[in-house]
Design a protein around this ligand. Sequence first.
Ligand code: FAE
Length: 535
Amino acid sequence: MERRNFIRLSATAGASLLFSDVLADQFGGENEVIYVDHLIIGSGYGGAVAALRLTQAGHKVTMLEMGLDWDKQAGRYRPFSNLITPKRNSTWLRTKTVAPMMNISHFNQKFTGVLDRMDFEHIKIYAGRGVGGGSLVNGGMAVQPKKDYFKEIFPQLDADLFWQKYYPMAKKQLEVNEIPEGFYKQSPYYKFARIGEKEAQKAGFKVVKVPNVYSFKYMEQEQAGKVPKSALAKEVIYGNNYGKQSLDKTYLYKARQTGLLTILDLHQAVSVERLHSGQYEVRVEVTDTAGTVIEKKRICCKKLFLNAGSVGSTKLLLKSAHLGLLPGMENVGQFWGNNGNIMTGRNMVNTLFNRVDKKNPDFGLGTGVKQSTIPVAGVDHWEDKKNPFFAEISPLPMGMEVYTALYLVINKVPDPGSIVYDPGIKDIRINWEMKNFEHTIENAKFFVKKMNEANGGTSAGLLFDKGFGADICYHPLGGIALGVATDNYGRVKGCKSLYVTDGALVPGSIGVNPFLTITALAEHCMNDILEKDFN
Ligand code: FAE
């Protein structure tokens, strides 16, 4: 069918046609339209759950991913880089790394690397790029939120059902496991965490162990020298070559096994249009590994599953609405938040003057030259009315003793921000005020002060400006909030057959690391969508 035969759905049909003609020019107008039944945009947690559940139900699915399919051409683009000597495959289309710290590596050429950072006015948002999305770069911590806080964030959901069904389902599929106590106690690679726990207890905090998707069986073998090292060889935010059960090894692997999933990598969706027929046409730019657009495609589908992550999904909807391509949506852009993320740390930890435990030889000086990249412990201070937070005891594997502790602190988000499309810059802006950082800095200061009072140490001025990285966001959430911009199952309001099942559904905060909740929510949504919208 030729493009001119499509009649667009819009209250302002004239404006819509005008914008569509602009798009048509950019896309060479008469390009052939590719028809598929079900299209998923994005291959992170939301996309992977949608892919598995659709294909298991017998539906053919096409998935677009703007990053690389790292497994497809493994020899060519991998191995992934470690933290200390990152290569160009570490970083999304930049000539320098953009990690929260230690950015000393430069590259000659830009490359579609695995870790991206999106810079907005007051906040820097990290994301994984490639088949598997955030699962490729994250720390693998699979944390279930407090039930009461889940109820506060999602009052419309049946929390008991999530605890009985969707969280266990997500944990099983993601292959969540726990570090064996014996290994934890003796491994030199977890000295940083044992010190962190001891110090936190001494400061009066409650410590908890945190499950992970990294295979601890594999890690034990790494330590024994029986398999190639990954977590024990400083690999994490630039990808793990072994050991981590990222989505390409779990949900997406199973979906591919059905033979019904086609994944198109280096395919970036740039707009979504609702056609008169009720179908969706997605404009796609295909790039090479330098980020240059080499082809443009139009893909038409009956059902569209938007899973480009909180920022990506919200941007696509807002931009498309601005162009007049998606009339009728409600409340898109609202309830965006950073999950209260703030990074902080302490210098001069466990030194000659303030040793953690003089009697225990394991607690000799420092936090450990050898450090696993996979966090397994946290400080749970969520019940405190005045300073509620959850702090991940994070590794800092520098390959030498730095007497430093690192923490990612997660706080409440009392006043969520919003995402808007700004025609002036032809991009989105995030309305996120500096005042949003006040309570996160206060909580982080409270935590560091108590830790230092009990154990010695100084604020982490060597890591972050004034000791706090408040603008570092690993957990962008919201923008297409459940029950606000969608129904309670991810159906986008005003747009039949358009679904969102990723982190954009979570209204800005969940109180712990979020991917387990995103996965459980996606399972909940897909269950209902498959039951009611496919008959
Ligand atoms: P996400 O996983 O970001 O997937 C979206 C996918 O869509 C990506 O693959 C994109 O490349 C792709 N995409 C975006 N736009 C387009 C487009 N226009 N066209 C085609 N494809 C597109 O979304 N969470 C935890 O629970 N535990 C942790 O230990 C943890 N550690 C983290 C460490 C780091 C360094 C980072 C960056 C994040 C971490 N997170 C962690 C957060 C977690 O990875 C994140 O919440 C989830 O990945 C979000 O899942 P989504 O499905 O929403």
